[in-house]
Design a protein around this ligand. Structure first.
Ligand SMILES: Cc1ncc(COP(=O)(O)O)c(C=O)c1O
Length: 363
């Protein structure tokens, strides 16, 4: 469909990169089934197109945070199994989850009590989440045997397995991951049911976490969850590139400043560009002077503060730059992990922080 305007900021998602990254997960954890985390609109990549691409590539299940996110997928006729990682919040949600063939992750006694109010023949599809040490969601590991008894008492319930979540899997020398895995495995020693432990960092860095199911999110989008490695070090392909364009070029004299707060001041005559992208698009306001953007394949630095709709860049290295030139904020040639580091955050937050003013395109 042709637009009556030029899209100001675009996030272009290469679905073949996402399929490649799924294949990479399969290579690393060949014995595991894959539940792809596509919550938060597939980390800003567009849940429906990403789910379709993953489904076509044979993903075993999808994971979203909540019912609302799952309904978007079912409305788009995505029939792949879907798990609700935070479970359901009401009886009405539980009934909808059943009618929409959704798997519910049950993480607390109050959720169990809610589900027990449904008629006993209700074909609930359940995962039980155990808290192996992160202390966010989950039953204490000591509750596993009692939960298992409950399954036996409710034959209509379809049990998908046991989940736990790792707090520090991105830290190679942190003993907490082994402690968590061992607490989970010990609690389940004599209990049947598939196990699921690993997020991206878990499955990349901790072979013991590659059990029946893995739950990668970030790595499917081509970014590395490990601080000392890039996506390409891990054999991943970045799926997203974010681009805007130059809308002004200025010549500054020595001593002149740029942007709000006049935080950047030219020490010599310089040529600068103004790019039509800002924090209202999801460019982190903490991105400092010096952080790179890519113009015509050349890295040039941001100068001055990020404002709502614009950033400024130093065009000293690009005498040929012109109005309308594309400026890449991250993507091929400029890893999102690197940009995140400059902004003092993570690739997760940059992806999820893109706003609806950004045109999401899929190729
Ligand atoms: C329970 C659970 N599993 C898996 C994931 C995927 O994590 P990652 O994106 O780090 O692979 C998440 C994301 O936060 C999660 O909350």
């Amino acid at each position: 469909m042709s637009l009556p305007y030029v899209p100001r900021v675009t996030a272009t998602v290469d679905l073949s990169a996402i399929r490649h990254n799924l294949a990479r997960v399969r290579e690393i954890a060949p014995q595991s089934q894959v539940m792809a985390a596509i919550k938060a609109d597939a980390y800003g990549h567009g849940a429906v197109p990403v789910a379709r691409a993953l489904a076509a590539a044979g993903v075993d299940a999808l994971a979203v945070a909540c019912l609302e996110e799952a309904l978007v997928l079912r409305d788009a006729a995505i029939a792949t199994p879907i798990a609700l990682l935070e479970g359901v919040l009401s009886l009405a949600e539980a009934r909808l989850a059943v009618s929409q063939d959704l798997q519910i992750v049950v993480h607390a006694p109050w959720q169990l009590q809610l589900l027990q109010q449904l008629p006993p023949q209700t074909p609930l599809q359940l995962w039980f989440k155990l808290d192996s040490g992160m202390h966010r969601l989950g039953f204490p590991v000591s509750a596993a045997a009692a939960l298992f008894e409950m399954l036996k008492a409710n034959p209509a319930w379809q049990f998908h397995g046991w989940i736990t979540h790792l707090a520090c899997a991105d830290e190679a020398d942190n003993p907490m991951t082994s402690v968590q895995i061992s607490a989970f495995e010990t609690a389940l020693k004599n209990l049947a049911g598939p196990r699921s432990i690993a997020n991206s960092a878990g499955l990349l860095a901790w072979p013991q976490a590659r059990v029946d199911w893995v739950r990668p999110g970030l790595m499917l989008y081509g970014a590395s969850p490990l601080p000392d490695k890039t996506g390409s070090d891990l054999g991943l392909r970045p799926a997203m590139r974010v681009e805007s364009r130059l809308i002004a070029i200025q010549d500054l004299a020595a001593g002149e400043s740029v942007g709000y707060g006049a935080t950047f001041r030219a020490t010599e005559p310089m040529r600068i560009g103004v790019v039509a992208v800002g924090y209202a698009d999801g460019i982190h306001r903490m991105l400092p002077s010096g952080a790179p953007v890519l113009v015509d394949g050349v890295r040039v630095p941001v100068i001055g503060r990020v404002s709502m709709d614009m950033i400024s860049i130093d065009l000293g290295a690009l005498p040929q730059a012109q109005i309308n030139d594309a400026v890449r904020l991250w993507g091929e040639g400029l890893p999102v992990e690197e940009v995140a580091k400059w902004a003092g955050t993570l690739a997760y937050e940059l992806f999820c922080g893109l706003t609806n003013r950004v045109h999401l395109l899929h190729s």
